[in-house]
Design a protein around this ligand. Structure first.
Ligand code: URA
Length: 230
């Protein structure tokens, strides 16, 4: 939200007072005085007027985790281990998953408390590719490539999938880049050929690649560069 709106929504200032406070540079955001009414204020920013704190701000957290098979992409589950159970308790609070994976899918999982950032990473319109290593039961034909590019009609959502890039690596393995994350998307795409996906591993999201030092179940914080790439 814009800084002038943020201040105007507080019960203590009207619009005219907000203009004055900004003109007199009595407002600090993250410790720095500002007079910019258009400055974007998010829940992570600390906002003070004179010495009074109006929003304490909270640390933004961005983690990458190597999801192992046999755990659910959810923050809670009555039956199964979840990806959050793999993190220490003090890190779990208010995290959400940017792009779920199926129970037996492995690979890159990103967790954050920054909803705006995770939407940029996952929304189809931002066209950030998600790449998967796929193993199938039957052979993958060269004719698959064009069909993946053309898209598949998904009746349940009433949409055609956006162009996807399929690189065939071996008779039963391929690398697939998609820009969406529809429910069971990869399995449904191969299902079009009645070819069952028997192994699925996410390698990257946007320009963030699963760090090879992370064994299944391990995690690390994203670097500033990785965060800024989204
Ligand atoms: N597509 C699937 O079918 N499953 C996943 O876990 C991810 C993408």
């Amino acid at each position: 939200m814009r800084l002038d709106r943020f201040l105007g929504n507080l019960p203590c200032y009207n619009r005219q007072q907000v203009r004055l406070l900004l003109a007199q540079r009595r407002v600090r955001v993250d410790g720095l005085p500002t007079g910019d009414p258009l400055l974007e204020v998010r829940e992570f920013n600390r906002v003070e007027v004179d010495q009074q704190v109006h929003q304490a701000g909270r640390p933004a957290r961005y983690l990458m985790l190597h999801k192992p098979a046999g755990c659910v992409s959810a923050t809670q589950d009555p039956q199964h281990r979840t990806v959050l159970d793999l993190l220490p308790e003090e890190l779990r609070n208010d995290l959400h998953i940017a792009g779920r994976l199926d129970y037996n899918t492995t690979g890159l999982m990103i967790l954050t408390n920054d909803g705006q950032w995770s939407r940029r990473l996952t929304q189809p319109r931002t066209k950030q590719p998600k790449t998967y290593l796929v193993h199938t039961e039957d052979e993958i034909g060269a004719h698959y490539i064009d069909r993946f590019r053309e898209g598949f009609y998904f009746a349940f959502e009433d949409l055609t999938t956006l162009p996807a890039q399929l690189d065939i690596l071996g008779p039963r393995s391929a690398r697939l880049a998609i820009v969406e994350g529809r429910y069971h998307q990869v399995k449904r795409m191969f299902g079009h050929f009645q070819n069952k996906v028997v192994g699925l591993h996410r390698e990257s999201m946007g320009s963030i690649t699963l760090d090879p030092i992370l064994h299944p179940g391990a995690f690390r914080a994203l670097t500033d560069e990785e965060i800024a790439s989204v």
